[in-house]
Design a protein around this ligand. Structure first.
Ligand SMILES: [Zn+2]
Length: 108
């Protein structure tokens, strides 16, 4: 196994740990790692997010919804724990949300 790999995007040679390992290497046989380094992957993910904010939001919602329903009790417990760690912060957020709703209702 080579110790370094050259990213095909930024053309930099980086240690193999900076590349994502493929989940199914036997499918491509020669490529055990992705062609892009982690940095380029992250950059392209950010670019995609900026280009497709709606799709990203939908994707994220779907992901969280799925996660939540996978183990509802655990999710609820987690949410509660988070809330009690800093209840004031959540109350402030809720106030903000309510105020925004009021504004939106007044505008229509
Ligand atoms: Zn790169």
């Amino acid at each position: 196994m080579p110790k370094t790999r050259t990213c095909t995007k930024c053309k930099r040679t980086k240690p193999i740990s900076r590349f994502i390992r493929r989940k199914n290497p036997w499918k491509t046989k020669t490529k055990y790692f992705h062609d892009w380094c982690l940095n380029c992957h992250a950059e392209s993910a950010v670019a995609w997010r900026k280009a497709n904010p709606e799709r990203f939001k939908a994707y994220q919602n779907e992901y969280h919804r799925k996660k939540y329903h996978e183990d509802i009790e655990a999710s609820r417990a987690k949410g509660r724990a988070k809330y009690w760690k800093n209840p004031e912060k959540y109350r402030a957020k809720q106030r903000q949300r309510r105020a925004r709703k009021k504004l939106a209702a007044a505008a229509t």
